[in-house]
Design a protein around this ligand. Structure first.
Ligand SMILES: Cc1cc2nc3c(=O)[nH]c(=O)nc-3n(C[C@H](O)[C@H](O)[C@H](O)COP(=O)(O)OP(=O)(O)OC[C@H]3O[C@@H](n4cnc5c(N)ncnc54)[C@H](O)[C@@H]3O)c2cc1C
Length: 451
C-alpha cells in the first residue's frame, strides 16, 4: 500500500480500504453496465468524522475522489473514470428517531430509501419520494441526484423533502445544518445547493427530511388508452377529480411486451392498446370509488383494471416498475431521461422513433415514464455502437421542444457533453464559478456534470 492508502487505513481500518481488484470490482461498474473505471482504492468510512479525514487526506495528496452511495445511478456519475479514490458512503447508516411533532427525520447518507420507509411508517409517516431502486438507492444518492420517481406528481422531487444537510467539503471541512427549521432565511441555502450536485460540490453525510402522512388505503388502475394525447386527457381528468392522486405513470405497447416476456406476466387486457397509464390514489380511507368515478367519466379510457388489495396493487405496478429491469435484461441500452412541457409530450413520442432510426436504423426505442412531469425514460436497445449519435439525436429533439436533457437522473458523465442544450453559457459559467469556489482543485467527482 502507498502512503495515501496507509493513511486512509489508519482512519477507517485496514479492512475498509479495498485494493484487491476482485473486491473493488462491484464498485467500479455502474448499474447499467455502460460505465466503468478502475478505482485507485475503495474506502468505506463509518461516520462523518472518518469521511472528513478521508477527504482531507485525499485533498492533501491531490488525489481525486468519486463519491458513491448505492450505485444505482443511471448516468455514470458514481463510478470512477480511472485512478480516483472511490469513497463509498454505504456504512453511514445512522438513523435518528422519527420526530412526529416536526414530521421530520435525520438519516445517515448511506441509509437506503427502503430502510427509511420502514423506519418512518410505524409512526404514521412516510417518505415523499419513492422509486423502484428503493432497496439499494441511498438517501445521500437520492439528494445528490435530486431523485424524482413515482410520487413527484404529489410531493415533488427530493429537494422538496429536504430541510437540512450535513456535508464534508472538498478540503475536509464539515458543514452542518440539521435543525430542520421550517423557516430560515439566513443567507445562501447550502442544503438546496447540494441537491442535484451529483457529488461534485461536497460529500453528503447526513440528511434531514420532511416526512408526509402515511396513506395506507391505496387504489391503483391500469388504464388502456389510444396514445399519449389520450393519456394526457386522463391526467387532466385525474388532476381535476382526484385529490388523492399519488402517481400517474405512462408506458407503451413495446414496453408492455418486453416486461411481459421478462417477468412472464399475463396480458392485462384481452387486446393490446397503444399506451397504458398507471393511476394510483392514496388516502386514509379507500379511494377506489373516487378513482372509478373519474375513470367512468373520462372518454380517453378504453379499458381499465383496478385493484386495492396489496397483491393486486403490486401486480398492476409490476407492468410499470419492471421496465428498467426488463430493458437491462434485454441488453445494454442507451439510457436517456428527458422532460418536455406536457403540451409537447405527444409530439415528442411521435417523432422519437424516426429521429433514432435516422442514426441507428436497427435500434429499438422503449419509452416509459412519469406522465405528470412530462418525463420520459427513453431506452434505446441494439444501439450501443451508435450511442453518441442516438444521444445527440434525441437530446436535440428534446431541446427543440424546450425540454430538459436530464429530467431526474442527473447529467453525470453520460450527458456532460450536452449540458449546453439545456443550460445557457452564462448559467454554465456561473455553475463553474460555484464549483471552483467549493472545490478549487477539482478533486470531487471530476468529469461529472461539468466536463
Ligand atoms: C431500477 C431503477 C429505477 C430507478 N428509478 C428512478 C426514478 O424513478 N427516479 C429517479 O430519479 N431515479 C431513478 N433511478 C436512479 C437512481 O436510483 C437514483 O439516481 C438514486 O438517487 C441514486 O442513489 P444511489 O445511492 O444509488 O447513488 P449512486 O448511484 O451511488 O450515486 C449517484 C450520484 O450521487 C452521488 N452521490 C451518492 N452518494 C452521495 C453522497 N453521500 N454525497 C454526495 N454525492 C453522492 C454520486 O457521486 C453520483 O453522482 C432508478 C435506478 C434504478 C436502478
Amino acid at each position: 500500500m502507498s502512503d495515501l492508502e496507509d493513511r486512509l487505513a489508519e482512519v477507517v481500518g485496514e479492512q475498509h480500504v479495498l485494493t484487491d481488484p476482485d473486491l473493488k470490482a462491484p464498485y467500479e461498474t455502474d448499474w447499467t453496465r455502460r460505465f466503468s473505471g478502475v478505482a485507485r482504492c475503495v474506502v468505506r468510512p463509518a461516520d462523518t468524522g472518518q469521511v472528513a479525514a478521508v477527504v482531507a487526506a485525499c485533498a492533501e495528496a491531490g488525489v481525486p475522489i468519486t463519491v458513491q452511495g448505492g450505485n444505482t445511478g443511471l448516468v455514470g456519475a458514481g463510478v470512477p473514470a480511472g485512478g480516483e479514490v472511490l469513497l463509498s458512503l454505504g456504512r453511514l447508516t445512522s438513523l435518528e428517531p422519527v420526530d412526529t411533532l416536526e414530521a421530520q427525520v435525520t438519516a445517515g447518507a448511506g441509509v437506503t430509501l427502503e430502510r427509511l420507509q420502514q423506519h418512518a411508517r410505524p409512526h404514521g409517516q412516510d417518505v415523499g419520494v419513492d422509486l423502484a431502486a428503493r432497496s439499494a438507492a441511498t438517501i445521500g444518492g437520492l439528494v445528490a441526484t435530486n431523485a424524482g420517481g413515482i410520487r413527484v406528481v404529489r410531493y415533488g422531487s427530493m429537494r422538496e423533502q429536504l430541510t437540512g444537510i450535513e456535508a464534508v467539503l472538498a478540503d475536509g471541512t464539515v458543514v452542518s445544518r440539521l435543525v430542520g427549521l421550517a423557516k430560515d432565511n439566513t443567507g445562501y441555502d447550502l442544503t438546496q445547493l447540494l441537491a442535484g450536485s451529483e457529488g461534485t460540490l461536497a460529500v453528503i453525510t447526513k440528511v434531514r427530511l420532511r416526512l408526509v402522512p402515511l396513506l395506507p388505503a391505496r387504489a391503483v388502475a391500469l388504464v388502456a388508452v389510444g396514445g399519449v394525447a389520450e393519456a394526457l386527457d386522463l391526467l387532466a381528468a385525474a388532476r381535476a377529480g382526484l385529490p388523492s392522486l399519488a402517481a400517474a405513470e405512462l408506458f407503451l405497447a413495446e414496453g408492455l411486451d418486453l416486461v411481459r416476456g421478462h417477468g412472464r406476466l399475463a396480458a392485462p387486457f384481452a387486446e393490446p392498446y397503444p399506451a397504458y397509464v398507471v393511476v394510483e390514489c392514496a388516502a386514509r380511507t379507500d379511494p377506489t370509488d373516487e378513482l372509478l368515478e373519474v375513470l367512468g367519466e373520462c372518454e380517453a379510457v378504453l379499458d381499465a383494471t383496478v385493484a386495492s388489495d396489496v397483491t393486486g396493487v403490486a401486480k398492476l405496478w409490476a407492468y410499470r416498475e419492471t421496465h428498467t429491469e426488463a430493458i437491462s435484461a434485454a441488453g445494454v441500452p442507451v439510457k436517456l431521461d428527458v422532460s418536455v412541457p406536457l403540451r409537447e409530450l405527444a409530439g415528442l413520442v411521435a417523432e422519437l422513433p424516426a429521429a433514432v432510426a435516422a442514426v441507428a436504423p436497427s435500434a429499438r426505442p422503449i419509452i416509459f415514464g412519469h406522465l405528470g412531469e412530462g418525463n420520459l425514460h427513453v431506452n434505446v436497445l441494439d444501439a450501443q455502437d451508435r450511442a453518441e449519435e442516438v444521444t445527440d439525436a434525441v437530446l436535440r429533439l428534446v431541446a427543440g421542444k424546450r425540454g430538459s436533457i436530464s429530467s431526474e437522473h442527473g447529467v453525470g458523465r453520460a450527458k456532460a457533453h450536452w449540458l449546453g442544450l439545456s443550460r445557457s453559457p452564462s448559467e454554465i459559467a456561473a455553475m463553474r464559478r460555484i464549483k471552483a469556489a467549493l472545490d478549487p482543485a477539482g478533486l470531487l467527482s471530476p468529469g461529472v456534470l461539468l466536463d
